[in-house]
Design a protein around this ligand. Structure first.
Ligand SMILES: Cc1ncc(COP(=O)(O)O)c(C=O)c1O
Length: 376
């Protein structure tokens, strides 16, 4: 079989990959661009090693906003609205608490298939604030004028289903509620228009399709129009208007910096900064187009294999993973990994194959499908 032509083939060369491995888990941990190792060495040896504390005033202090603007470009946010900091879970807490602060509404709604951390954090926010928490399917949110905020996962981590951000944001706004989007599985694989859609708040991680590295800091989007009213609960000194005044009272920064909490994780942040250079050479529309073709190609190769049930939408309402159900999913994934085809297993019976269009190839899809076939 001849593989379809690959418009992003040249980008794969920017990554440090083992050609013997078919890596289909970039939706959990992205692969490292080659430039990252060198940059991290420079940060450690030169910026930390030689410049020492001076580096804080030579670019480190503003890194959360500067790198945030680079991530912002990939999610449709104009500069000054995204900071890179903390983990997605922590940013979700800030976003949800900020969204319900001073509300007289009664409930928080979360999509019922949400990634667990979102559900746990929403539960905690509900307990701390006294608002009710309701889980609902995104097709039937049943929103009311008592709904304060709706937390939605743009792409479902289990099935790969993609939600219609434009329609749902409008639907939430129609009842006067706020929407918080979790972009963990969509940032870096498809065009997102946070500003244009008037999204209230968004969070996402950078270690999946943005290839920032294990545990690289997450991001939070607070649009200009909502910044002065965004009172987040973690009032740490780096979100202060004048942190080095060391004032006894907390005064939040007027801009998105108020979403910061404590000292940024510089080494990880600058690894992410280096990883983002790859995006200077690609358009998100091309990434999306290739991702859809890669996943279609893989689906066409595996959907008729015995015992497998495709749970990822066949139409374009999907992200860049293909999820298949099989009663022996755990055994199959263990054996795939032994054969150098790396995806993952989500209990009880889901096999996930993530396709990162920047470095995965049509040949990867074919080798994974062939190996899967031999194990069924
Ligand atoms: C949708 C979603 N939200 C949140 C997280 C994790 O958040 P954190 O970065 O805090 O570990 C994940 C991790 O896989 C995720 O898939």
């Amino acid at each position: 079989m001849t593989s379809p032509p690959d418009p992003l083939a040249h980008i794969r060369d920017l990554f440090d990959l083992d050609d013997d491995v078919v890596y289909l888990d970039g939706n959990s941990l992205g692969a490292p661009p080659k430039a990252v190792a060198e940059r991290v060495q420079h940060v450690v040896r030169h910026q930390w090693g030689r410049r020492l504390i001076r580096s804080w005033s030579e670019g480190w202090w503003e890194a959360p906003e500067r790198v945030g603007n680079r991530v912002g470009r990939l999610v449709g946010a104009a500069p000054g609205q995204v900071v890179v900091a903390d983990s997605t879970s922590v940013n979700l807490f800030k976003a949800l608490m900020g969204a319900v602060r001073n509300t007289d509404r009664m409930e928080i709604v979360v999509d019922e298939g949400t990634f667990p951390t979102d559900g746990y954090i929403a539960r905690s926010v509900s307990e701390l604030t006294g608002l009710a928490l309701r889980a609902a399917p995104p097709e039937e949110l049943d929103l009311r004028d008592t709904t304060a905020v709706v937390l939605l996962n743009h792409v479902d981590y289990r099935t790969g289903r993609l939600l219609d951000m434009a329609r749902l944001t409008e639907q939430v706004h129609a009842v006067g509620a706020k929407v918080v989007w979790d972009l963990c599985h969509s940032a870096g694989v498809l065009p997102i228009e946070l500003d244009a859609l008037g999204v209230d708040l968004a969070v996402g991680c950078t270690y999946k399709f943005l290839n920032g590295g294990p545990g690289s800091p997450a991001f939070i989007y607070v649009p200009k129009a909502g910044q002065s009213a965004f009172e987040q609960p973690l009032t740490g000194w780096t979100g202060h208007e004048v942190p080095f005044a060391m004032a006894p009272e907390y005064t939040p920064d007027p801009g998105v910096t108020r979403a910061r909490v404590g000292t940024p994780d510089i080494i990880s942040m600058l690894a992410l900064d280096a990883a983002l250079d790859v995006w200077d050479h690609v358009e998100l529309a091309d990434v999306r187009a290739k991702g859809l073709r890669l996943t279609s190609h893989f689906i066409s190769l595996v959907e008729d294999l015995p015992g497998l049930e495709l749970i990822t939408p066949r139409d374009e309402w999907r992200g860049h993973q293909v999820s298949l159900r099989h009663p022996e999913a755990k055994r199959i994934m263990t054996q795939l990994i032994e054969r150098q085809v790396i995806g993952d297993h989500r209990p009880p019976d889901v096999l996930r194959f993530g396709f990162a269009p920047l470095y995965n190839t049509f040949a990867d899809a074919e080798r994974a499908a062939d190996t899967l076939k031999t194990l069924l």
